[in-house]
Structure formats: C-alpha cells, structure tokens
Design a protein around this ligand. Structure first.
Ligand SMILES: [Zn+2]
Length: 64
C-alpha cells in the first residue's frame, strides 16, 4: 500500500482535504498529511492517485 515517505501514513486515508478542483479528466484534490506534507491527488474513477507531494511543513505560509 502506498504511504507517506515522511511519516508512513497510508495514502488511502487522507487527513485533511485542502481543496478540490474539477477538470475534464476527472478531479484534482489537494490534501495534507499529519506531518504537514501537501499532496496532489488525481481522481480517476473511484481511485485517487498521489501524483506529487511536498516535504513536511516546508512552507510556513502553507501551515494553516
Ligand atoms: Zn506524512
């Protein structure tokens, strides 16, 4: 099972959904892990795939 490389939290269980954007190809979802790592997910049908992630709390301005 894919998980966060920084804290080991499973990708299947996003902690905080930051925002969600609809697009023609599906939806893009931004989530934040418990360690502060921001993740970009692409929704494909029932599955959401993490396609990018930041380092934990790398940007102080993004810590809300
Ligand atoms: Zn994490």
């Amino acid at each position: 099972m894919p998980c966060c490389p920084y804290c080991g939290w499973p990708d299947d269980d996003p902690v905080t959904t930051v925002s969600r954007h609809r697009s023609a190809a599906g939806a893009t979802v931004w989530t934040r892990c418990i360690c502060g790592s921001l993740q970009t997910r692409v929704q494909r049908g029932a599955a959401s795939v993490v396609c990018a992630r930041s380092r934990p709390a790398a940007d102080p301005a993004a810590t809300l």
